[in-house]
Design a protein around this ligand. Structure first.
Ligand code: SAH
Length: 364
């Protein structure tokens, strides 16, 4: 089997020395030609993993109603940016639009923008959203100025590259990737820049003798841009992802292929690499930027507060037996604590402290 990205990574290491895990993750996921997302549609039972919008239409319906409520609370602007970051197959946005069809003015006002790195997935999104005239952007600076923004991102933050810093007593190292004597990729410990250690949560780092700390300059930069956008143009951003409510040490970087965990150095570019999101960090950045953060809460609590169980009952009334079983298993998968209900967390960011935001009564 040819492994073009493996060869590219080895050549880079041979030329420049070992690379950080952050560089490795960025190459694996988004190398312009051979990156994981650039070459495939990874979702669903035939793919590598399944996400909430692909589990059940009810996920997007709930988020659609949540967005409709906010549009009303923002005074029903005649034009607003409806932005999704990392839209995958476009399923979530299609369900949002279906759920909001009956709300007069919403569709006419919504200017759909999609921030997506993969051309394969952009094609899938174009098919899912035919008729809605979506506009694709590469980064947040490309949005039209002046319009309020309603942003949603499901399993987007976990795809942004992380760096791992290892503390051993008073010494710090950065985890990286090198080439073993047999020619395969292997783990390496590298010197770590002082600025990177300085950016870690100090009290947490001081409290452990030995441990791994993850930090994502990409994610931090992206969130800062979101906060600036919300302050400048008004709006709300909703993030759903797997992760922890409180900052904690630990290695959460994982590789997935065909619904199974594989080793990190499994043929690069052919498996999904993700890291858990530190939601305390998301909230901290928002606070520093003068943005109000709601949550984190769990996905289960959020969807239940929005009425997903009532919606499931209503759908079941018009369903045949097989559909009713599907609806029930989809519901359980989304909200049960032993499935996606607890591991997945939700945070909403808003520039306006006066706006009441549904779904966050049960913060964790
Ligand atoms: N939200 C979708 C897909 C989640 S997978 C769902 O829930 O099903 C992550 C998505 O983010 C993919 O669409 C991937 O191509 C996109 N993505 C990853 N890194 C990105 C980046 N840096 N900029 C824009 N999109 C990115």
């Amino acid at each position: 089997m040819t492994a073009p990205l493996l060869d590219i990574i080895k050549a880079r290491i041979a030329r420049h020395g070992p690379m950080t895990l952050g560089e490795y993750m960025a190459l694996c996921l988004s190398h312009p030609k051979h990156g994981y997302y650039m070459t495939r549609d990874p979702f669903g039972s035939a793919g590598d993993f399944i996400t909430a919008p692909e589990v059940s239409q009810m996920f997007g319906e709930m988020i659609g109603l949540w967005l409709a409520d906010l549009w009303i609370k923002f005074g029903q602007p005649s034009e607003f940016i409806l932005l999704e970051c990392g839209p995958g197959r476009g399923t979530l946005m299609a369900d949002i639009m279906r759920a909001t069809k009956a709300l007069p003015g919403f569709h006419g006002a919504a200017k759909i923008h999609l921030m997506e790195i993969s051309s394969v997935l952009r094609d899938a999104q174009a098919r899912a959203l035919a008729g809605y005239d979506p506009v694709w952007i590469d980064d947040l600076n490309r949005l039209p100025p002046g319009l309020p923004v309603l942003l949603v991102a499901n399993e987007f933050l976990d795809a942004l590259p992380v760096r791992q810093i290892e503390k051993r007593g008073i010494a710090f190292f950065e985890r990286g990737v090198s080439i073993a004597p047999d020619g395969s990729l292997c783990a390496a410990l590298l010197p770590v820049p002082d600025a990177v250690i300085g950016a870690l949560p100090k009290a947490l780092v001081d409290s452990v003798e030995q441990g791994i700390f993850e930090t994502s300059p990409h994610l931090n930069q992206f969130l800062k841009s979101v906060d600036i956008l919300l302050k400048k143009q008004n709006g709300v951003a909703l993030f759903l992802d797997y992760g922890h409510a409180r900052s904690a040490p630990g290695d959460t970087l994982q590789a997935m292929k065909n619904h199974e965990f594989v080793t990190l150095f499994e043929t690069p570019g052919t498996c999904d690499l993700t890291a858990h999101v530190d939601f305390e960090n998301v909230v901290k950045i928002a606070c520093e930027d003068g943005i109000v953060a709601h949550g984190p809460t769990t996905q289960g609590a959020f969807l239940k507060e929005l009425g997903i169980e009532v919606r499931a009952e209503r759908l079941k009334k018009g369903a045949n037996d097989a559909q009713a079983v599907d609806l029930e298993s989809g519901l359980k998968r989304l909200i049960d604590t032993d499935q996606m209900g607890s591991l997945f967390k939700v945070v909403a960011l808003c520039n306006d402290p006066q706006i009441e935001i549904a779904g966050f009564h049960e913060s964790v």
